[in-house]
Write a protein that binds this ligand. Structure first.
Ligand code: G1P
Length: 301
């Protein structure tokens, strides 16, 4: 039912204030989560779900992202001359095909809703995906990626689709939260949504996990959206308005979500992605167990 989703927006303009000083001179999206920048995992998830074109909503001091997804001619030539084929292979997913990425700047930090709106001309009049690069998703074994599962629900029901995950009640006020309506064979209808509800008022334990499929009418709403939580133009407020005209379905992600916008979330992601990496898993487990034992012994002494 839903048209094919070809384009995805990745908002990458944020300052990364929750992970300073690491992000003072390096974009937070470029910090390594185990052996590759955080953003690589998110681009991989988008491409695995069939995305053909990525629109990066970027800002000043973020040019490392553009360079990262380009061809690194001198580096690659030097690796070729030295026959370093394994390293050349590692670089493959970092190259986006010619014309398959666009970069547009969000000039002021006016919120997620404003960042999405900045991509309106490049998206045009078609539904699109939105992936927040702070959130790295690791599916359970055998389960599809978060966006891939959402694509199926969009194909079945059309409209808008939001990825959700369970959150402990004490953290619900940090996220957008949905209220659950009728259950469907795949996913459920979203009955309501609220951005960063006051403690104790969340309508469910399901938070908006940073993956969206949205209809282009959201851009008209964001154009006139007033500021909400934190004085920012909130995407959730815009989606809430769009709910008056269009359906929203929720899909609970089968896997773990790591919030790399936060120091401990970032630490967890680094450990989890090393443990999930086929070639390194056993060594990573042994190294982490040893470090934990050493830290415990030091704390006890
Ligand atoms: C944004 C969204 C929020 C969502 C969260 C996921 O919040 O506004 O609805 O739950 O991302 O990370 P932010 O993290 O920008 O405060």
């Amino acid at each position: 039912m839903g048209a094919k989703i070809r384009k995805a927006i990745l908002p990458v303009a944020g300052f990364g204030t929750r992970v300073l000083p690491a992000t003072k001179a390096v974009p937070k999206e470029m910090l390594a989560v185990f052996d590759r920048p955080a953003i690589q995992y998110v681009v991989d998830e988008a491409r695995a779900a069939g995305i053909e074109h990525i629109v990066f909503v970027t800002g000043r001091n973020k040019s490392a992202i553009e360079d990262y997804f380009d061809v690194a001619y001198e580096l690659e030539e030097s690796l070729r001359q030295k026959n370093k084929t394994a390293q050349l292979e590692d670089l493959k997913p970092t190259r986006l095909e010619a014309g398959a990425a666009s970069f547009v700047r969000q000039q002021y930090p006016n919120g997620l809703g404003h960042a999405v709106w900045c991509a309106r001309d490049i998206i045009g009049d078609e539904p699109f995906a939105l992936l927040l690069p702070d959130m790295i998703m690791v599916p359970d074994s055998g389960a599809p990626g978060c966006l891939e599962a959402m694509m199926d629900v969009h194909a079945a029901h059309g409209g808008n689709v939001i990825g959700v995950s369970a959150v402990a009640p004490e953290f619900a006020h940090q996220y957008g939260i949905v209220a659950v309506g009728a259950k469907k064979t795949q996913g459920f209808e979203i009955a309501d949504m609220v951005e960063k509800p006051a403690i104790g008022t969340a309508p469910s334990n399901l938070y908006i996990n940073g993956r969206y499929i949205l209809q282009p009418q959201i851009f008209n709403i964001l154009e006139t959206q007033e500021r909400g939580a934190g004085g920012e133009i909130q995407l959730t407020d815009g989606m809430h308005k769009l709910m008056a005209q269009q359906t929203f379905h929720g899909v609970e992600f089968q896997g773990r979500v790591y919030d790399c916008g936060d120091k401990i979330g970032y630490l967890r992601a680094t450990a989890a992605l090393a443990l999930a990496n086929g070639g390194f898993s056993a060594d990573a487990r042994a190294a982490l167990a040893e470090e934990l034992a050493i830290a415990a012994a030091r704390a006890g002494s």
